[in-house]
Design a protein around this ligand. Structure first.
Ligand code: NAD
Length: 389
């Protein structure tokens, strides 16, 4: 692996996309100030670092995002800890990398560094990697990671770490048993917190809840009628595509158009290999809500395209409401699952029933057929799965 080439390529991609966005803003006559902004009241922000000292506004949209939660310095010396941003700098490939937190970031970046040659250990506080995700979907991913990572410790918490030579010696507690190990770097991926502090919101009528999210209504208007908030700073899930959609809702509301953030589903994707993607209700969530569900599956081993790609490590799973046969949720694990999940989101937005999906012609061969066949299974048969005797 040529890490310098890889970093240059990555930086080139970011530059190209960022330049593209700057161009789009220019083309729409948007003025951009590179400055730190704080509210002075419900009509003005003060700018630090720009030629202009303050800006008056009629409406404002706050989109300040989130930052990584850190471990207390008493648990881990901060100079040895990486957050996602530091890991994405690709400055070095630590021979031994400890990942604390087996969620989105820990698994995505842990897998990247394992591919680059790091010996990766993951420590997760709960009883499984990717907790909260349908275990049927996370299973093939965990199987892949078990081969790629040196060690996975679940139900484990970090007790402490201290500098040792160029690295860090850590202690973790696994079911009452304490283990010690030495790593070169520690990636801390234990969640993120909203960037709502230091904005001067106390000078406005906008309020922040006890988790630090700015309180917003369905139009993403804060408790100050002139100020809106979108994205990670407004509410979960902390996903970029949710933020873009909220931005459209807020802008429409400011323009006086009827608008509300009320999606049928917000898709989620873990960009590992295989990818895991889902939308709507999981089987467990539907059952918890008291719904009578029928679950159908299509294993990718029966997909011609997956066989041809040597990627049979996939599963497409649909959750339907039993009587109405309405689709409640879709989950996919497999290569490019993140591209396939949009069909599920559209089906949920259109309130599709099993027959809508099953009778929609899908291209052959494609992994998208697995969605159609899983819907066919609602009627007791999918063409490419042997029928039950
Ligand atoms: P996460 O919530 O996905 O995962 C954090 C994990 O850390 C959890 O499994 C949690 O149980 C565990 N944990 C918490 N404290 C711990 C501790 N002290 N010791 C060991 N384990 C601990 O958070 P993340 O991976 O940091 O990502 C933050 C957010 O960023 C995500 O929730 C997601 O919304 C967003 N994100 C999304 C994507 C994507 O869409 N592909 C990618 C990256 C980040």
């Amino acid at each position: 692996m040529d890490i310098d080439k890889l970093r240059n390529w990555k930086n080139g991609v970011i530059r190209r996309l960022a330049t593209g966005v700057s161009g789009l803003l220019k083309g729409r006559d948007v003025d951009v100030f590179k400055a730190r902004a704080t509210f002075e009241n419900s009509r003005t922000v003060r700018l630090q670092g720009a030629d202009v000292a303050r800006l008056k506004f009629k409406h404002a949209i706050i989109a300040t995002g989130s930052r990584a939660k850190a471990l207390p310095p008493s648990v881990l010396p901060p100079e040895l800890a990486w957050d996602a941003a530091a890991a994405l700098n690709l400055e070095q490939v630590p021979p031994r990398l400890l990942v604390v937190g087996g969620g989105y970031i820990g698994l995505e970046l842990g897998q990247v560094y394992a591919a680059l040659g790091s010996r990766v250990t993951v420590v997760e506080a709960l009883d499984s990697l990717a907790p909260g995700i349908d275990p049927e979907l996370s299973k093939p991913l965990i199987a892949a990671l078990s081969k790629q990572f040196e060690a996975i410790h679940v139900n484990t918490s970090l007790k402490g770490g201290r500098k040792k030579g160029e690295g860090v010696e850590v202690e973790f507690d696994s079911g009452g048993k304490t283990q010690t190990a030495v790593f070169d770097r520690v990636l801390v991926s234990i969640g993120r917190r909203p960037n709502s502090d230091g904005l001067g919101l106390e000078t406005t009528k906008a309020r922040v809840d006890d988790k630090g999210f700015i309180t917003v209504d369905a139009q993403r208007r804060t408790t100050d009628p002139r100020i809106f908030a979108i994205g990670d700073v407004a509410c979960e899930p902390m996903l970029a595509h949710k933020a873009s959609h909220e931005a459209r809702v807020a802008v429409d509301a400011i323009a006086g158009k009827p608008s509300a953030f009320e999606p049928a589903a917000v898709p989620a994707v873990i960009y590992t290999d295989p990818e895991v993607a889902w939308c709507g209700l999981t089987e467990k969530e539907a059952v918890t809500l008291g719904l009578k569900v029928k679950v159908t599956r299509f294993p990718w081993a029966a997909s011609g395209r997956a066989v041809a790609m040597s990627r049979t490590d996939g599963l497409t799973k649909l959750v339907f409401e039993e009587g109405t046969q309405r689709l409640l949720g879709m989950g996919i694990v497999g290569a490019h699952a993140g591209d396939l999940i949009s069909e599920g989101v559209l089906a949920l937005e259109m309130a599709a029933v099993a027959e809508d999906v099953a009778s929609t012609i899908h291209p052959h061969p494609s992994t998208s057929e697995t969605v159609m066949e899983a819907a066919e299974a609602m009627y007791g048969h999918a063409v490419h799965v042997a029928p039950a005797k």
